[in-house]
Design a protein around this ligand. Structure first.
Ligand code: CDP
Ligand code: CDP
Length: 220
């Protein structure tokens, strides 16, 4: 049983996926965290990602796994917990660039499919409904206006004690939307059979409630 959730940054994918997973007792997999972990590896090892040899080196040197610790998902890169480190702003941009590389995507998709074998999975990302699991039982494509998404990210950073500026966040999001949507391999795009949910004017509770209704067959 697979639920795929795709959409641009800050559309509410991970918050929704986490809460649905708890309610339905599914395993939640954040595939964005995987691309972020790969970016962290490249950065730490000073590997220029425009060099194909370095990409081969990366896929042959990394292991990625998830572990549940105190009810939170943690991601391990080569057995080191990198859950917090992968959220640093310099990793965000690099993850979007590294995600354009086919050899990296193929490796991530292979891991993602293995994780789902014999499991009830809710997975979020950019290509879950289109490429990773084109036959997923349910597919959702979350969207929200750029203003809403930028404000959400600003608030998120404020709660973490990071001072940032709305215009910079907005520009970063616009850049990433474009980079993710216009890439050659597995671009960010709504699967034809995905249900689109515009969360601009929805609270997290409303968003979760709507998706649960679809899953229960109350909304076609
Ligand atoms: O959390 P946020 O929405 O900021 O980003 P993320 O989900 O952590 O993903 C970081 C980057 O990884 C995205 O901008 C995409 O370029 C890439 N990604 C991808 O290409 N395919 C996925 N399935 C998930 C993420
Ligand atoms: O995973 P994705 O990048 O799509 O978004 P997220 O991390 O789930 O949500 C980004 C931020 O927006 C989080 O701080 C959420 O709590 C917040 N959010 C919100 O305030 N209202 C919503 N309807 C959805 C998310």
């Amino acid at each position: 049983m697979i639920i795929a959730i795709d959409g641009p940054a800050a559309s509410g994918k991970s918050t929704t996926a986490k809460l649905i997973a708890e309610k339905l007792n599914f395993i939640y997999i954040d595939t964005g965290a995987m691309y972020r972990a790969v970016a962290l590896y490249a950065l730490k090892n000073n590997l220029d990602i425009s060099n194909h040899k370095n990409l081969i080196k990366i896929i042959n040197s990394i292991t990625i796994r998830f572990e549940r610790i105190n009810n939170e998902n943690h991601i391990f890169l080569n057995n080191i917990d990198v859950t917090s480190e992968i959220r640093l702003p310099e990793i965000t941009k690099l993850s979007s660039n590294i995600a354009t590389k086919k050899i990296i995507r193929d490796k991530m998709v292979e891991i993602q499919r293995l994780l789902a074998i014999n499991q009830k999975i809710i997975m979020d990302g950019r290509d879950i409904g289109t490429v990773v699991f084109p036959n997923a039982n349910y597919k959702f494509f979350l969207t929200a206006s750029i203003e809403t998404r930028a404000l959400r990210r600003l608030n998120e950073q404020l709660t973490k004690g990071i001072v940032s500026n709305l215009e910079d966040i907005k520009n970063d999001l616009i850049w990433r939307d474009k980079n993710d949507s216009e890439r050659e391999f597995s671009p960010l795009i709504k699967a034809e059979d995905a249900i689109e949910v515009d969360t601009s004017n929805m609270t997290i509770e409303e968003q979760v409630k709507y998706i649960l209704k679809v899953l229960q067959g109350d909304i076609a």
